[in-house]
Ligand binder design. Sequence first.
Ligand code: NAD
Length: 360
Amino acid sequence: MIYKIATIPGDGIGPEVIAEAVKILNVIGEKYNHEFEFNYVTAGGCAIDEFGVPLPEETLKACKESDSVLLGAVGGPKWDDPTAKVRPEQALLGLRGELGLFANLRPAVLYEPLKDASPLKPSLVAEGIDIMVVRELTGGIYFGERGRLEENGVEAAYDTEKYNVNEIERIVKLGFETAMKRSKKLMCVDKANILESSRLWRQVVARLAKDYPEVTVDHMYVDNAAMQLVRKPSQFDVIVTSNIFGDILSDEASMVTGSIGMLPSASLGSTNLGMYEPIHGSAPDIAGKGIANPLATILSTAMMLKYSFGLVKEAEEIDNAVLKVLSAGYRTGDIISEGKTLVGTVEMGNLVAEAIKEGK
Ligand code: NAD
């Protein structure tokens, strides 16, 4: 079977890390007899330079016609003016909206060989970190009504958190499905003591919980969740939450693992078409130097194989190969520690490729 992958290298280190991810998919393809077809298209700052828009029509069309989308990163100082009419990140919002990607899956894993990388005390991470944040991506306050007004001669502004039952249902359902594939524990994070929209979330969670009797459901207020993530991260498995809470908590969860260059993400909708990208940005400070960590992008391809193509064994093979290379002591500059072997972007990709070839 041929899997068509719209490939968007983007800006900064994007092309460097994408090259390694493509290398890994090709190795998997050879080993398991799959054909991956990469259709390279432009988005972000480089698209603004070339076409005047961050998300050209041709790119969007290619993504819609593909089985999944692989993205490096977009943005950089050249296009960073927040008042500019066209900005690189509009490409991401456009892709999510146009492809109907309403869910963002963000794993935060502390790999055993990288335990030292966590900024938390060793005693706090002794039990490990393996969290999956399931964040709603196309609703809530980021998309609700907003505006400016005057109140008794004083300038004011407002943003609105609004969710309808269908929007909540589809993301909570994905939370339950994700929990079923992991340890069957689901933490619903909200602010139901204050927000009416959170109370509606709880109603929907209670109704759907009846369809998943094996899943243990807990609720936590977002302020407490922010605290618990640094107090005892091992208590969390799957977290399901709204757009704004997920935005903040997923960044916090990734920070406690200590290595931004290691974390992948998946944006999913109601079809198999998903968008896969590392959580880091375009890292302009190290772009072009051949030192970026490609593992977050490589691990994003594992998520693609699992969630878009249903190739679970192949996905595990990539995860295992990454662990093997880390266990053997190889590190890029962002995760280096004493006594370990420093490697560059391409070498790291080669090591993972070799580990896959050698794997049973
Ligand atoms: P960043 O993630 O690009 O970089 C933060 C720090 O982490 C930098 O010091 C960088 O060198 C380092 N880093 C990031 N990824 C790394 C990797 N793979 N290997 C080694 N080191 C790595 O965040 P930033 O500096 O805030 O943003 C830079 C640009 O990226 C901005 O224009 C921003 O808008 C954009 N951005 C894009 C995305 C995206 O495309 N999804 C996400 C975040 C930021």
